[in-house]
Design a protein around this ligand. Structure first.
Ligand SMILES: *Cc1c(COP(=O)(O)O)cnc(C)c1O
Length: 341
C-alpha cells in the first residue's frame, strides 16, 4: 500500500467515473460539436451565474488565458507573493501577456483591500498601468487557507472604483465552498473571471474551466487556441467532470477532517516546530531545526508514505479521495511509532 500525500492531483478515476467516460457521446470540440463539453461548460457557467465557460486542459492555461483577457503588455497584475500565477506557472504572466506582478506581502497567501489600494500604481505615465487583481482560494502555498468573503467583497469595491479586473484562481474553490459553507453563485457575483480545477480534489484525470461573462470571455477561445489548448473529442474528459460535480464535491469534507486529524497527531510529536492552521485538505508544517527534513521525508518514504517539501523548511501533506481510511490509520500509526530524531 503506497500512501501518496504529495498532492490532491495524484488521484485516479474511480470505476464509476471511468464508466461515465465510456458512456460519453463525443464530437470534435474544435468544430463546437462535442455535446459533453458543451454540457459541462453550460453547467459550470450556470453554477457560477456567469454567461460563458470554457473547458481547458490545465488550470495553468485557464489562469494564463484570464491574465491575457484582462491585460495588455506592459501592464501590472496585483497578487500575493505566494500566488500560483507568480510562483508556479513558469513565468507565464510575463512570457504570455508581457505583464509584471506587484506582489503583496500577505498572510498565508491572503491580503486586505487596504493592501490592494496601496499597491495600485498612480496614473502618471511612467508607471506600469495596474489592470488586474488576482487572488487564490483556497491558497496553495498558504496551506489551503480560505479567504474571509467580506474581505473579498471589499477588494471587489476597490476593483470597481479603480476599473481593475478581478480574477479568482479557484483551483481549490470547491474546498473553500465546502469548508465555509459558501455557494458558487456568491463567487460568480464578485469576480470577473474564475478558473476552477477538476483534476484536484474532484478526482478527474484532466481539466479546468474558466468562467466569466460574455464581454470578457469573447476572446477566450481564440487565446486558448493560441496557447495550443484546443482539444478534439474532449467529451471523455468532460464526462469525468460531470460525474465529479455530481458525486465528489460534498465528500471533500472527509478530506478536510482527515487533514485536521493529521495535524492533531503531528502537533503531539516533539520533532515538530510549527503547523499552519488547517482549514481544508493541506497540512503544512516545519520540523525543529535539529531535525533534517530530507531524512524525515526518507524515513516516511521507506514506509511507503510520500510527502514533499515546499521550499524553505516547510513540508506538505495533502489529503484527497484516494487517501482512504485504511491509509489514514496507517499514517497515524507510523507517525506515532517511528523514531524520527
Ligand atoms: C494546481 C493549481 C493550479 C493549476 O494547475 P494545473 O496543474 O496547471 O492544472 C492553479 N492554481 C493553483 C492555486 C493550483 O494549486
Amino acid at each position: 500500500m503506497i500512501i501518496d500525500l504529495r498532492s490532491d492531483t495524484v488521484t485516479k478515476p474511480c470505476p464509476q467515473m471511468l464508466d461515465a467516460m465510456m458512456q460519453a457521446r463525443v464530437g470534435d470540440d474544435v468544430f463546437g460539436e462535442d455535446p459533453m463539453v458543451k454540457q459541462l461548460e453550460q453547467r459550470i457557467a450556470t453554477m457560477f451565474g456567469k454567461e460563458k465557460a470554457l473547458f481547458f486542459p490545465s488550470g495553468t492555461m485557464a489562469n494564463q488565458t484570464a491574465i491575457k483577457l484582462h491585460t495588455i503588455p506592459g501592464e501590472q497584475v496585483i497578487c500575493d507573493k505566494f500566488a500560483h500565477i507568480y510562483n508556479y506557472e513558469s513565468g507565464g504572466a510575463s512570457f504570455n501577456s508581457g505583464v509584471s506582478c506587484k506582489l503583496i506581502d500577505g498572510n498565508k497567501g491572503m491580503f486586505t483591500a487596504e493592501q490592494v489600494l496601496e499597491s495600485i500604481n498612480p496614473p502618471d505615465y511612467w508607471y506600469a498601468k495596474t489592470s488586474l487583481v488576482e487572488i487564490e482560494n483556497t491558497t496553495n502555498k498558504g496551506g489551503g487557507s480560505c479567504w474571509d468573503f467580506n474581505e473579498i467583497l471589499k477588494i471587489r469595491k476597490v476593483c470597481v472604483n479603480h476599473e481593475l479586473g478581478f480574477h479568482l484562481d479557484g483551483a481549490r474553490i470547491w474546498n473553500a465552498i465546502v469548508a465555509k459553507n459558501e455557494t458558487t453563485k456568491q463567487y460568480g457575483e464578485v469576480f470577473d473571471t474564475i478558473s476552477v480545477c477538476l483534476s484536484k480534489g474532484l478526482g478527474c484525470p484532466v481539466g479546468s474551466v474558466l468562467v466569466g461573462d460574455g464581454a470578457i470571455m469573447k476572446n477566450a477561445i481564440r487565446i486558448r487556441k493560441i496557447f495550443g489548448g484546443n482539444m478534439r473529442q474532449a467529451g471523455y474528459l468532460a464526462a469525468a467532470a460531470l460525474y465529479a460535480l455530481d458525486n465528489n464535491i460534498e465528500r471533500l469534507a472527509e478530506d478536510h477532517k482527515k487533514a485536521k486529524e493529521i495535524g492533531e497527531t503531528l502537533a503531539k510529536l516533539s520533532i515538530i516546530r510549527t503547523i499552519e492552521p488547517i482549514e481544508t485538505n493541506i497540512v503544512i508544517f516545519e520540523l525543529n531545526t535539529d531535525i533534517n527534513e530530507i531524512g524525515f521525508v526518507k524515513k516516511l518514504a521507506n514506509k511507503n508514505i510520500q510527502i514533499i517539501g515546499m521550499g524553505g523548511r516547510k513540508l506538505r501533506m495533502v489529503t484527497h479521495m484516494d487517501y482512504n481510511n485504511e491509509m489514514h490509520e496507517r499514517l497515524m500509526q507510523v507517525l506515532k511509532e517511528t523514531k524520527f530524531d
